[in-house]
Structures are given as structure tokens and as C-alpha cells.
Design a protein around this ligand. Structure first.
Ligand SMILES: [Zn+2]
Ligand SMILES: [Zn+2]
Length: 248
């Protein structure tokens, strides 16, 4: 039997902190690996609240480069520089342009102006759409989803020790979710709206029409906005909560 994994919901809110929820971050704890799906601005705070030592983190996988999904990295970096130095490099993977954007953000937030501020030991990887990459033993299949116009937004299908999680990132409905839900133990699916029309985010109405077609074992809705939270009693699918822990 495959080793169990735990998924800690560190942040299931949208960019606006709707319902007082933290921004996007999901921590996967396996027997010998700890990795994050997304790293919103509130991630370090949420890790400490959950009692997880930030030095245990091996890999950060980013779905896209919006602030509510990656702006927590500079806080992890200063944690590693000033409070809890790491012995191994942190591995950070995301869509093309990730390394440059992360370095720029860190410089803006904590640079001193003259010389570039050094990061703690970090290794960057690029996730190319429609490709699988293995990072520190974690297999990551990424595919492009409808969210940003020019820049690349990814959904991630992540496998480790025989368990698989499909994470939508931010996205409107895509038929690729039907394809890639096959074999997934959990589909962590964004649901920003209840029935609002949007070309870049999912509504429960769109998802509901397709629920029976998804082939995953379980689905949990996340990235929840005000409008969907107001109407949550009408929803028949599990909604994520900050602090929730799911056995995979
Ligand atoms: Zn978002
Ligand atoms: Zn976004």
C-alpha cells in the first residue's frame, strides 16, 4: 500500500481575503517530503499557526504568478536568512518567468537599493505546460488553464509515492480537468463564484454541470470568494477551510 499523505489547507481564500480566509497555500506532508502547492502572502503565518516548521519545506510548486499565489515567498526567504537557516536549498518551480519575478519581488520588498539582495539557498525549475517534471522525487504534470491572457497559468497534477492530487490553480472550467481527474485521489478545485459569469474563474454552476464527468476519488472546492461563501448552504461538495487536514 502507498504511504499516506496529509494535505493541510493553509489558505483557501481568494486575493481579497474573502471570509477572513488566508491566500492560496496547500501543504502536502508525506513521510519524507513536505511541499507546497502555491505560496500566497499569508503562507508563513499559516504554517506557523499549523505548527509546521518552515525548515521542513522541500519544494514550492507555483500555479501562476499572481500575488495571492506567490507573494509569500519573500517571507519564507527572510525566515531562512534571519530566523531559521536551512541546510538544503529550497526548490521552487513555476511557469516560465518564475525565477525572475520571484527575485524582483524579493528585491522590491527587502532589497537595499545598491546591490541585489542574496536569496537563501534556492533552486529554481521551470514548469512547461503539457510536460511532466520530477522535482525532488515529486512528479509534476502541468497544463495550461484559462485564467491569464498573456502569462501562463497552470493546473498541476502532482504525484508522490503512488498518491495523486490534481490542483486547478486559478481557472475557468476546462475540459482538461475531466481528462486529468482520472486517477487523482483528490481534485482541489478553485470555485471563486457561485453563478457569476467569468472567463477566468470557476463558478459552482459551471462545475456542477460537469461533476458527474470527473473521475477523481474526491473533490474539495477552494479559492472561495464572497459570493460563493454567501450561498454555501446550496453547495453539495466539500468546501475547504483554513486549518483543514485531509488524508490522501
Ligand atoms: Zn487567485
Ligand atoms: Zn490568479
Amino acid at each position: 500500500m502507498a504511504n499516506p499523505m496529509k494535505l493541510h489547507i493553509l489558505g483557501c481564500g481568494d486575493a481579497f481575503g474573502s471570509g477572513g480566509r488566508n491566500q492560496s497555500a496547500y501543504l502536502v506532508e508525506a513521510t519524507d517530503r513536505v511541499f507546497l502547492l502555491d505560496c500566497g502572502a499569508t503562507t508563513l503565518l499559516a504554517m506557523k499557526r499549523a505548527g509546521i516548521d518552515p525548515r521542513r519545506l522541500d519544494v514550492v510548486l507555483l500555479s501562476h504568478l499572481h500575488g495571492d499565489h506567490f507573494a509569500g515567498l519573500p517571507f519564507l526567504f527572510i525566515e531562512y536568512l534571519y530566523e531559521k537557516p536551512r541546510s538544503k536549498p529550497l526548490q521552487v518551480a513555476g511557469p516560465p518567468g518564475t525565477e525572475e519575478r520571484v527575485r524582483q519581488l524579493f528585491e522590491l520588498m527587502y532589497g537595499s537599493g545598491s546591490s541585489a539582495k542574496s536569496l537563501p539557498p534556492t533552486r529554481f525549475h521551470v514548469l512547461h505546460p503539457e510536460k511532466t517534471k520530477v522535482i525532488n522525487g515529486i512528479s509534476v504534470l502541468s497544463f495550461r488553464v484559462p485564467h491569464q491572457q498573456k502569462e501562463v497559468s497552470l493546473a498541476l497534477k502532482v504525484g508522490y509515492h503512488g498518491r495523486e492530487i490534481l490542483f486547478s490553480g486559478d481557472s475557468a472550467w476546462s475540459e482538461l480537468f475531466v481528462t486529468h481527474s482520472c486517477g487523482a485521489d483528490l481534485f482541489l478545485c478553485e470555485c471563486s463564484f457561485y453563478d457569476r459569469e467569468a472567463s477566468n474563474h470557476m463558478s459552482y454552476r459551471d462545475l456542477r454541470q460537469n461533476l458527474a464527468r470527473l473521475k477523481c476519488k474526491r473533490i474539495v472546492l477552494t479559492h472561495l470568494g464572497e459570493e460563493v461563501l454567501r450561498r454555501r448552504k446550496r453547495i453539495n461538495v466539500t468546501l475547504a477551510e483554513d486549518g483543514m487536514v485531509i488524508d490522501i
